[in-house]
Design a protein around this ligand. Structure first.
Ligand code: ITT
Length: 226
């Protein structure tokens, strides 16, 4: 979990959100912006945790992205009594044995912000040559209903850890996540180019495809245009 901040202005307010809106269950504003973009295609209004009066973060006790994503989506769907989507994600660095992985939000200890986590990562890799700086972002998207039904979808994006932060876009580790096909970090490219290849883009495209199926119909918010 990261520091709790207000959601971005692009998300509809509680007053504007209809009862059949989809709850986007994250307190991370960078992730929220991406989820609003990635879920725009379903045509339902999006509602935030703040809109539902939920301020307490879910305690992530799982050891895998799947466990944490399921746990988050279910917890918030039950609290808000509506369908909820959540994401658990992280950065796996080969030279660190796959760390920080599911603990990415807590890397650097309590109170660390994104910049402090990036500094810690660079420090941990200061002796790693270029060929050992391979890494991947992993995201697991989950959608849950208040009755306990839940599905998860995984996405992965391969890259490398840069030697210094570059760019001002994105969030979290993006200034350090160098994506070789673009010859740029995820903080140096427009949002849409990140969404097209990112772990979260892949995971949520799978989730949206599921909502389009017969089985997925029961998870769709009533306002969806699918
Ligand atoms: P919620 O649980 O409220 O959604 P969180 O920030 O705690 O917010 P996670 O537990 O899934 O979310 O932690 C994921 C961390 O991994 C996140 O805080 C970032 O530091 C990092 N991360 C994941 N995807 C990222 C991305 O696309 N760009 C940059 N950093 C990312």
């Amino acid at each position: 979990m990261t520091a709790r901040r207000r959601p971005p202005a692009s998300v509809p307010s509680r007053a504007a959100a209809p009862g059949d809106a989809l709850l986007i269950a994250t307190f991370n504003p960078g992730k929220m912006r991406e989820l609003v973009r990635l879920l725009a295609g379903i045509g339902a209004a999006c509602i935030t945790l703040h809109d539902c009066g939920i301020e307490a973060p879910y305690e992530e006790t799982g050891t895998t992205y799947e466990e944490n994503a399921r746990g988050k989506a279910l917890h918030y769907a039950r609290l808000a009594r509506r369908a909820a989507v959540a994401d658990d994600s992280g950065l796996e660095v080969d030279a660190l044995g796959g760390a920080p992985g599911p603990l990415s939000a807590r890397y650097g200890g309590p109170g660390a912000d994104d910049a402090a986590r990036r500094r810690r990562l660079l420090d941990a890799l200061k002796d790693a040559p270029d060929e050992r700086r391979t890494a991947r972002y992993v995201a697991v998207a989950a959608i849950a209903r208040p009755d306990g039904a839940v599905r998860t979808f995984r996405g992965v994006c391969e890259g490398r850890i840069a030697r210094a932060p570059r760019g001002t876009g994105g969030f979290g580790y993006d200034p350090l996540f160098y994506y070789p096909p673009y010859r740029a970090t995820f903080a140096e490219i427009p949002d849409g180019r990140k969404d097209a290849v990112s772990h979260r883009g892949a995971a949520f495209r799978r989730l949206v495809a599921f909502l389009e199926t017969e089985e997925g119909r029961s998870f769709r918010p009533a306002g969806a245009r699918l």
